[in-house]
Design a protein. Structure first.
Length: 447
């Protein structure tokens, strides 16, 4: 086998002819080196210019140097810039390929073994362009984008000017094709995005995934799923004196408080605490009522993505949620909406008291006011797990009433899904504490 291999290469070497090195060949090599340098410059410029961070761009805008102004000018027309880079780089690389192939053929005669000549030219020229014209300059540009962008700004600006006629044709032909094909553009559905997120279970992106899942589910949630029920709403009677108003503000720590007349079903306005600051030294008889602002009412059935848009347009942070009869169901804030995407947002005024506590591995004690939406989050279940039985219930206590059909007795137990609910606390009006025992399952958590 070794003898055969040696004779094969000896035959090849006998078939390959070598020519003399001439001044024409030297000139060609020098031109190739210059073209490779230009290719490297253009390739590095692409990475450098398009990888500048917002902070770096902001710094360049405040920089008075001509090169900084040129960088900002180039980035203001990204289509022109990209077209110029692609056109310039392709023309240079084609020139390198043709010239290098000519030089190789003038030095080495592959006429008797054309296949070997083709393979040699392909591997040699491709490696040359990839290494010196693409990989090395792009790696450097990725590490020093701002420095390189400033150095090549004048060169690339000239390239954009030279290639403008060709760029015009490319950009306009692309726009023409896009307009013709836009009707075939497919928008991703919420279900498709959800399935895509399920495929990332094996990846370590838990924090990002939770936010993405929050966004996916965001548009399907109603206000009644995230609102604070009327039993939890801190409010002020419109007939209260100023001293009583200040006392409620100090005890609650809220920055906005609803004002009612008679009952919470008749909300007259929202009191912004910042509006009271100039009048803190006033007496108890001070008429604070004119400082109230108009309340913003929304129905229970409103989707929270629509409510967020309403908040943005109206420039308000709080809405009173009303039922179909016009009665007050609860209250929802901008913070409640944002928490559906990013998770709980705690500030210095938030109450540390949790609506649940863990008793043992499979036992929990919940406050009856706990929203079903939050209950599902505790166990990492889908929000719609109780949709077939919850009826109009939004809280855990409401779910118990739906299951029982009447007010339950103390320590009465109810089974639902893989949960056992035991009433641990009641008063004359509502269920206050519920013990939850969960039966572990091994299939999936969406039940």
């Amino acid at each position: 086998m070794e003898t055969d291999a040696v004779s094969f290469f000896e035959t090849l070497s006998g078939d390959i002819g070598f020519n003399h090195f001439t001044s024409e060949t030297l000139t060609g090599l020098l031109i190739v080196i210059v073209l490779l340098a230009i290719s490297a410059l253009i390739s590095g410029s692409e990475v450098a210019l398009f990888s500048l961070e917002p902070k770096e761009i902001k710094d360049l805008k405040s920089n008075k140097k001509r090169s900084a102004g040129l960088v900002i000018k180039l980035l203001s027309e990204p289509e022109q810039l990209l077209a110029a880079i692609l056109v310039g780089n392709n023309f240079v690389n084609i020139a390198v390929v043709l010239l290098t192939a000519h030089i190789t053929n003038s030095l080495i005669d592959f006429s008797l073994v054309p296949t070997l000549g083709f393979i040699f030219n392909t591997i040699f020229i491709t490696s040359l362009i990839l290494l010196f014209g693409e990989i090395i300059p792009k790696v450097y540009a990725a590490h020093y984008p701002k420095t390189l962008a400033l150095r090549v700004a004048s060169f690339i600006n000239g390239l954009v000017t030279i290639t403008k006629p060709v760029n015009f044709l490319l950009i306009n032909s692309t726009s023409f094709v896009n307009k013709r094909l836009i009707k075939y553009k497919k928008n991703l559905s919420i279900d498709e995005i959800s399935k895509a997120l399920q495929l990332t279970d094996h990846l370590d992106i838990s924090d990002d995934k939770e936010i993405l899942e929050g966004i996916v589910k965001f548009g399907n949630k109603g206000v009644n799923e995230i609102m604070r029920s009327r039993l939890e709403v801190t409010s002020i009677d419109i007939h209260s004196n100023f001293e009583r108003v200040l006392q409620i503000i100090k005890e609650s720590g809220y920055s906005r408080i609803p004002v009612f007349s008679g009952t919470l079903d008749d909300v007259r306005g929202i009191l912004y605490i910042k509006d009271l600051l100039p009048y803190l030294d006033k007496s108890a008889a001070y008429r604070w009522q004119p400082l109230m602002r108009q309340p913003f009412f929304v129905p229970e059935t409103k989707k929270i993505d629509d409510l967020l848009e309403d908040f943005q347009k109206s420039k308000v942070h709080m809405a009173i949620v009303v039922d179909e009869f016009g009665g007050t169901s609860g209250l929802v804030t901008l913070e409640d909406i944002l928490e559906e995407i990013v998770g709980d947002i705690a500030d210095e005024f938030d109450d540390d008291e949790s609506l649940f506590s863990q008793i043992s591995e499979f036992e929990y004690l919940f406050d009856g006011r706990a929203m079903l939406n939050d209950f599902c989050k505790v166990f990492d279940y889908e929000d719609d797990i109780f949709n077939d039985i919850r009826g109009e219930a939004d809280t855990l206590a409401g779910l118990i009433l739906e299951l029982k059909g009447e007010f339950p007795m103390l320590h009465e137990k109810l089974n639902c899904k893989n949960f056992t609910f035991e009433v641990e606390g009641v008063n004359t009006r509502r269920i206050t504490k519920i013990k939850v025992t969960i039966q572990p399952i091994t299939t999936n958590k969406s039940l």
